[in-house]
Design a protein around this ligand. Structure first.
Ligand code: SF4
Length: 373
């Protein structure tokens, strides 16, 4: 999946954000027209694969291909001629990147934090993107980094989403630590969006294990306190558990801890490891073949489900897990990073199986094999 294209900019002096169209009959100052023969009209900008010519409008020429863009997609165009896709209209997997900064440094982080102040730029970008998103957008994810590091802008962003997209499910992925400060949980509650849910990781029932996994002293206490503050203010919560060598030994105890101490969680997800970001560097202390933790996963999932909690398994392959876990397995991997092995082509469960992350094709269970009908 391509999210970036580059060409030669002309008359672009500031960040432009608009909606793609190839229809010359549609005009508007929010529209960015794609075409080699640009019509004169009321557009924000023109994108073209052709060599430079006069259009009278801000234009990016000489782009090698624009085939990855669909009408209705939202893009940003910089003065450097880079065209970034920031919203794909035909996808259910659109993410608002709040910041690449983080106050944790998880061993298996798929998107390692960067220490640069990207918050003013990203806030301004999405402040302009969000009003352009179709009102029937089903779901948006707000991710990072750690989104709450935006400070007050985090809440302003969520207020904007709530105002502009009242029917959209909003899923914020946060480590929850900031909500150890109750006034921040209270501030979030004031946004009063019933479609807002926070996904917060808890990796162990014991602080030293959780703190080691997230590489941050005191993180467990802050996260658990944050979860309780959020619950008290009526925020909907999901607990996310990543499965690897460090979390598996206490997994069944963690399930009991969640039921006993975090019973207000609306959803508990157990997630397979992504082989990207930090994971390849820490693989010796993370890798365990998913087949080898089937007993622990089955016990944890069935315990929580038996207590009436809503449980899912993400990033897992049906052929690797026992059939009794299939009802919990979801096709959770975003379309642009979802793949299958050549062997999967002959599998009778291909349509039901969530497959793998593209980057997990080179590090996956040794037990993947096509299922017969
Ligand atoms: S063989 Fe492939 S498609 Fe079939 S269950 Fe396994 S991973 Fe899924």
């Amino acid at each position: 999946m391509i999210f970036r294209a580059k060409g030669i900019p002309l008359h672009i002096n500031e960040l432009l954000v608009g909606i793609i169209t190839r229809n010359p009959e549609k005009q508007g100052e929010q529209l960015i027209f794609i075409g080699d023969a640009a019509p004169y009209g009321d557009y924000l900008a023109i994108l073209s694969c052709a060599p430079a010519s006069y259009t009278g409008l801000p234009t990016v020429f000489n782009i090698s291909s624009l085939d990855h863009l669909a009408d209705g997609d939202i893009v940003s165009i910089g003065p450097d001629g880079i065209v970034r896709t920031v919203y794909r209209t035909n996808s259910f997997y659109n993410t608002i990147l709040a910041t690449e900064r983080c106050n944790s440094n998880c061993l298996m982080c798929s998107q390692p934090p960067k220490d640069k102040n990207d918050i003013p730029y990203l806030f301004e970008l999405y402040r302009r993107v969000i009003p352009l998103i179709p009102k029937d957008c089903v779901e948006l994810t707000v991710s990072g980094g750690e989104p709450t590091l935006m400070g007050e802008r985090f809440f302003e962003l969520l207020e904007l989403i709530t105002r502009e997209l009242p029917d959209t499910e909003v899923h914020v992925l946060t480590n929850g630590r900031s909500f150890a400060w109750d006034h921040l949980a209270e501030r979030l509650a004031r946004i009063d969006n019933p479609r807002l849910m926070l996904g917060i990781p808890v990796y162990a029932d014991y602080y030293q294990v959780h703190d080691h996994i997230v590489q941050a002293r005191g993180a467990f206490d802050q996260t658990i306190l944050g979860l309780h503050n959020l619950a008290r203010h009526g925020i909907r919560l999901e607990i996310r558990v990543v499965l690897h060598q460090q979390s598996i030994p206490r997994l069944t105890r963690l399930a009991r801890y969640i039921f006993k101490n975090l019973p207000f969680a609306e959803h508990v997800t157990f997630m397979g490891l992504e082989y990207t970001g930090y994971t390849p560097h820490n693989i010796e202390q993370l890798w365990i073949d998913p087949y080898d933790y089937n007993n622990e996963l089955t016990e944890a999932v069935e315990f929580l489900a038996g207590q009436g909690m809503h449980v899912s398994i993400y990033n897992a392959q049906l052929c690797v897990m026992p059939e009794r876990l299939w009802p919990y397995a979801r096709k959770s991997i975003s379309d642009w990073k979802n793949d299958y092995l050549p062997a999967c082509e002959s599998c009778s469960k291909l349509d039901d199986c969530g497959g793998l992350f593209t980057w997990n094709l080179k590090k996956c269970s040794a037990y993947i094999q096509p299922l017969s009908a």
